[in-house]
Design a protein around this ligand. Structure first.
Ligand SMILES: *[C@@H]1O[C@H](CO)[C@@H](O)[C@H](O)[C@H]1NC(C)=O
Ligand SMILES: *[C@@H]1O[C@H](CO)[C@@H](O)[C@H](O)[C@H]1NC(C)=O
Ligand SMILES: *[C@@H]1O[C@H](CO)[C@@H](O)[C@H](O)[C@H]1NC(C)=O
Ligand SMILES: *[C@@H]1O[C@H](CO)[C@@H](O)[C@H](O)[C@H]1NC(C)=O
Ligand SMILES: *[C@@H]1O[C@H](CO)[C@@H](O)[C@H](O)[C@H]1NC(C)=O
Ligand SMILES: *[C@@H]1O[C@H](CO)[C@@H](O)[C@H](O)[C@H]1NC(C)=O
Ligand SMILES: *[C@@H]1O[C@H](CO)[C@@H](O)[C@H](O)[C@H]1NC(C)=O
Ligand SMILES: *[C@@H]1O[C@H](CO)[C@@H](O)[C@H](O)[C@H]1NC(C)=O
Length: 373
């Protein structure tokens, strides 16, 4: 617990280090730019990416020639020329009203999402929706795109488990999705639990996991997603109760928990009282309480006790204390520098998970791409 006391000073020096390094490196990067257009390294990365795709309808036929910034679906920053946006959503809509709103999967990209994507270090927007990756897993390296804040893999035929956003891949690189703001994985074949670590995506505004095969409990850490405005868990196989921490999401204006196997008391309080729509809880096992017309009987376990039973109590205790320390620091930090709250979460994880602590050096090694300011 002694580590907690040192958070503000450690945090401050870390932050300063990041700032100074970031400005040096950004200048170097700009100098390598040729002819005020596409960067050669990024062009090569896109061509490698293209080579990995199966593209039966030649949607990427414009991907040739020198200036990759003019290729279809590619957007570069006007200032630096870096590729910042990749929209490869399959937007070919079909005439067949029966398939609406689904696009024509004959036009879908398939094959492999190659890791050359990582060379697009300034990519902040990636849309691969309505393609067909044949139930491949979410490529782990996507989490290493540190500028990425928008990821849309909706209806793209991906499967497997949801990767916890903090883990180390085979090369020892830290994988995280901490900077995501919008994360749409709806309409896929994701299985297994929603990882507890989801609570780390504290900048998230929109999270859509609807229409998958996710099971298990909704992690209590969902209450950490304080910026969340829209949360859709509908049409999965989630069970247990809805954690009371959901009531902590004060910006939540769109929620959908329908068609799962949830039970117990719907948490109440604050923002949740404004979501007076029964359809967001319909199709569940045994939910009760507002806004449903079913009163909770005395014997019904509350969401709170239910969740605690299923938690490792030590882990929860440590988490609560650290949560408090981090919370206090965040208030302090807000007074000092804008948006530095992201840093607080490094420290949060630093304490929370030993495995991340071991990789602290790893974060420091590549701090430049992180959005901190
Ligand atoms: C810059 O563009 C010009 C014409 O637009 C071309 O001739 C030249 O080769 C380009 N420079 C490089 C380094 O590619
Ligand atoms: C870049 O410049 C073009 C034309 O000047 C403009 O239409 C476009 O919106 C700009 N893009 C960004 C991201 O600022
Ligand atoms: C839409 O339908 C028309 C007439 O049936 C057809 O000529 C056209 O090719 C169709 N478009 C697509 C994208 O399928
Ligand atoms: C997706 O791709 C797989 C393998 O290429 C194919 O078997 C399947 O039919 C495709 N799905 C759709 C909806 O086109
Ligand atoms: C993801 O893409 C689909 C299809 O292009 C779109 O309907 C959906 O709104 C997108 N999700 C977000 C969060 O923008
Ligand atoms: C989540 O995705 C599903 C399927 O794409 C869509 O129907 C739903 O409207 C989305 N939810 C939100 C809140 O955007
Ligand atoms: C739904 O939950 C109940 C207990 O709450 C359990 O008995 C049942 O097996 C669950 N069904 C599914 C499909 O998970
Ligand atoms: C919640 O999802 C269900 C099932 O997908 C849908 O019928 C309902 O309209 C949704 N409610 C809201 C408020 O979006």
């Amino acid at each position: 617990m002694t580590k907690i006391k040192n958070i503000p000073s450690a945090l401050f020096s870390f932050w300063v280090l990041l700032l100074t390094q970031a400005s040096t490196l950004a200048t170097n990067e700009e100098n390598t730019r040729v002819n005020n257009s596409c960067l050669p390294g990024e062009r090569a990365a896109l061509l490698t990416l293209k080579a990995g795709f199966v593209d039966p309808k030649h949607r990427l036929s414009s991907w040739e020639g020198y200036d990759c910034c003019s290729w279809s679906g590619v957007t570069c920053s006007n200032g630096t020329g870096h590729v910042v946006k990749l929209d490869l959503s399959n937007t070919y809509m079909t005439n067949d009203s029966k398939l609406y709103p689904f696009p024509d999967f004959r036009y879908a990209l398939g094959g492999e999402i190659r890791s050359s994507l990582l060379s697009l270090r300034y990519l902040n927007y990636l849309d691969l929706s309505y393609n067909n990756f044949s139930y491949a897993k979410i490529p782990h390296f996507i989490g290493s795109l540190e500028e990425l804040w928008y990821l849309n893999l909706s209806y793209s035929y991906i499967g497997g488990r949801m990767p916890p956003q903090l883990e180390v891949d085979t090369k020892g690189e830290l994988i995280d999705f901490l900077d995501f703001i919008s994360f749409d994985l709806s309409g896929n074949n994701l299985v297994g639990n929603i990882p507890e670590e989801i609570g780390a995506l504290d900048g998230l505004i929109n999270l859509n996991l609807s229409r998958n095969k996710l099971s298990g409990f909704i992690p209590r850490s969902i209450g950490n997603l304080r910026s969340l405005e829209s949360l859709d868990f509908s049409n999965n196989e989630l069970s247990g109760s809805i954690p009371s921490s959901l009531a902590d999401l004060t910006f939540l204006s769109h929620l959908n928990m329908s068609y799962n196997n949830l039970s117990g008391r719907i948490p109440s309080g604050r923002q949740l009282q404004t979501l007076n729509d029964q359809s967001i809880y319909e199709g569940n096992n045994d939910l009760c309480g507002f806004p449903l017309p079913i009163e909770c009987s005395g014997s019904k376990i509350t969401s709170q006790s239910f969740v605690f039973e299923n938690k490792n109590s030590h882990e929860f205790y440590v988490g609560a204390i650290i949560g408090f320390a981090v919370g206090a620091w965040m208030v302090y930090a807000a007074l000092l520098f804008n948006k530095s709250w992201r840093v607080a979460y490094f420290v949060f994880f630093d304490n929370m998970y030993d495995r991340l602590y071991q990789n602290y050096a790893e974060i420091k090694k590549k701090p430049v791409t992180r959005k901190m300011y």
